[in-house]
Design a protein. Structure first.
Lengths: 266, 266
C-alpha cells in the first residue's frame, strides 16, 4: 500500500494546505483504478490524519460530493457529475455535439471521437462505439498528444500560431516508429492538414490505429475536433466528406447558440 | 490548523466547517441558467463577502474546480468534469452503457434515454438523439417523476417493495390529464409492467410524449432503465424486443464487470 501513498502524494505537505485545499485533495485521490476507498485508504492517499479525513469526508458526503456505500467505502458523488455536466467546454459541448456525432457514426459505423485542447494535450470528451466495434483504447477524459493523433493534429493545425510554436518547441515524444518527432516535418504535415481541411494519422500513437479528424471552428477559432478511428488498417478517406460535414455543422450550431459566451442560449 | 489534531469523535469547529461549506457553496451557484458568473455575481448568489469569494474562488481555480475566462468570469472547471466521469453510477455506468444504447438507437432511430433512481426521482444520465430527431425536452441531469414516465415506472416496478411503498405513500403529482395519481391504480400498472417486462407511458408527464422503457437488472437488482421516447403519438411496442435485448445485455455486461463493487474490472 505504501507505493500508493507515494504515487499520490505529489501535493504540498498536508499541514501547509488550507482547509479548502485539504477537502478538495480528498476528492482528488479517486481515480479509474481506485473509484472507491475506505477512510483509512483516503487517509494514506492524502497524507491526512484519519480524524481529519473523517470530518472532511462527512462534510463532503453531506454536500453530495462523496457517496458512501453500505460497507463504508466512499466514491465520488452525484453532485460532482451534475456539476461536470455544467462545465462549458466539456459537459455542454458534449451535449450539443452528440446529435452530430451520432449522425456521423450512423454514416461511417466506425468509432467516433470528440476532443478538445487542454493545456498542451488533447483530451477526449466523447467516444461513440457500437457493441460490435473493434475494442477502442481511448477512454473519455484521457489525455493524448497533439502531435501524434488525428484529433490532436486537427486541433493543432488550426490553432493560433503562437500556440503552435509553443507545442513545436516542446520535445515531440516518440510513441511508435511512425510518430513524427521532427519539428520541421510536423510543421509541413500541419500545413497539409490545413490545405486538406482534415488530418490523417496512421499508428503514430498506437500501433494498428488509423484515424482521420477535422477541426470544429467557431467564428474561425478551433474549439474541438471530431475524429473517426479504426483499429484495422483501413483507409478512412471515404468518410472525409461526412466528417467535414459533421464538424462544420457542429461549428455552425455552436455559433448559433453563442456557446461559451455569457449570452449562450439554452 | 488545529482541526488536524481533533479526535474523530470531536464536533468539528464551526469555523472550519464553514470554510469548506463556503467553498463548496461557491461551486453550487452555477447552473444551466447561469453557467458563468463574475466575482460580484457569485458574492450576491452565495451571500458571501466579495473578499471571501475572491480568496476561495482563487483556491478553487488553482485546484481546477473553477475556470476563469479573459473577462474574469468564472465557470465550473475541467476537474469537476473529470471527476464526474469517475462517479460510479453516472460516469462509469454511462460509459459502459453507451454501446448498448447506440445499438438500440441504430435499430429504432428514436431518441434513447438512460435513467437511474436518485432519492425518490429518476434522473436522466444519457440521451441519444439524432440531428433530425424530434426536439427532446429531457436534459441530461434532469430529474423526472418515477410515477409518470416510462423510465421512471420501469425503475419503480422492479424496485424493492419497501421503496415502492414509500413512493406510493407520497403525493403523486398530476402533470397531465393522463398522469396516474391514484396509488391503487399505479400499483396495478406496476404489476403489469413486471408482467410485460417493460413500461409504457403516454403523455403522463409531457403532452405528446410517448415512451417505452425496460429495467436494467444487475444480479436481480434494478440499477437503471433504458427508454425509447417519441414526440409523435407513435406506438413504440414494435421496438420492445430490441429494448429488452439492450437492457438485458447491459445488465449482463455490468455483472461481468462487477460494476460498482470494489472488484470492478476496468
Amino acid at each position: 500500500m505504501t507505493d500508493v501513498v507515494l504515487a499520490s502524494n505529489d501535493a504540498p505537505t498536508p499541514a501547509t494546505r488550507s482547509v479548502t485545499a485539504r477537502a478538495l485533495s480528498i476528492l482528488g485521490v479517486f481515480s479509474m483504478e481506485r473509484p472507491s476507498m475506505t477512510l483509512s485508504e483516503i487517509s494514506r492517499a492524502t497524507g491526512l490524519p484519519v480524524a481529519t479525513v473523517y470530518r472532511l469526508a462527512g462534510e463532503l458526503e453531506e454536500g453530495r460530493f462523496l457517496d458512501r456505500d453500505e460497507d463504508g467505502r466512499y466514491s465520488l458523488g452525484l453532485y460532482l457529475w451534475e456539476m461536470g455536466m455544467l462545465t462549458p467546454v466539456h459537459g455542454r459541448l458534449r451535449e450539443i455535439a452528440m446529435p452530430f456525432l451520432l449522425n456521423l457514426q450512423y454514416t461511417c459505423r466506425e468509432t467516433v471521437q470528440l476532443a478538445v485542447i487542454d493545456g498542451v494535450d488533447a483530451i477526449y470528451i466523447e467516444k461513440l462505439s457500437m457493441v460490435e466495434s473493434a475494442p477502442v483504447q481511448s477512454r473519455i477524459g484521457a489525455r493524448i498528444p497533439l502531435h501524434a493523433t488525428g484529433v490532436g493534429k486537427a486541433l493543432l493545425a488550426f490553432s493560433d500560431p503562437t500556440f503552435v510554436d509553443t507545442v513545436l518547441g516542446m520535445p515531440l515524444t516518440r510513441y511508435t516508429d511512425d510518430t513524427t518527432t521532427s519539428r520541421h516535418v510536423l510543421a509541413k504535415h500541419l500545413a497539409q492538414v490545413v490545405e486538406d481541411g482534415f488530418a490523417r494519422s496512421r499508428q503514430e500513437y498506437l500501433i494498428g490505429s488509423t484515424s482521420i479528424a477535422a477541426p470544429v471552428l467557431v467564428n474561425g477559432v478551433v474549439k474541438a475536433s471530431i475524429g473517426i478511428v479504426n483499429y484495422e488498417d483501413t483507409d478512412l478517406d471515404e468518410w472525409a466528406p461526412a466528417l467535414l460535414h459533421a464538424s462544420k455543422a457542429l461549428g455552425t450550431r455552436l455559433e448559433e447558440l453563442r456557446w461559451g459566451t455569457k449570452e449562450e442560449k439554452k
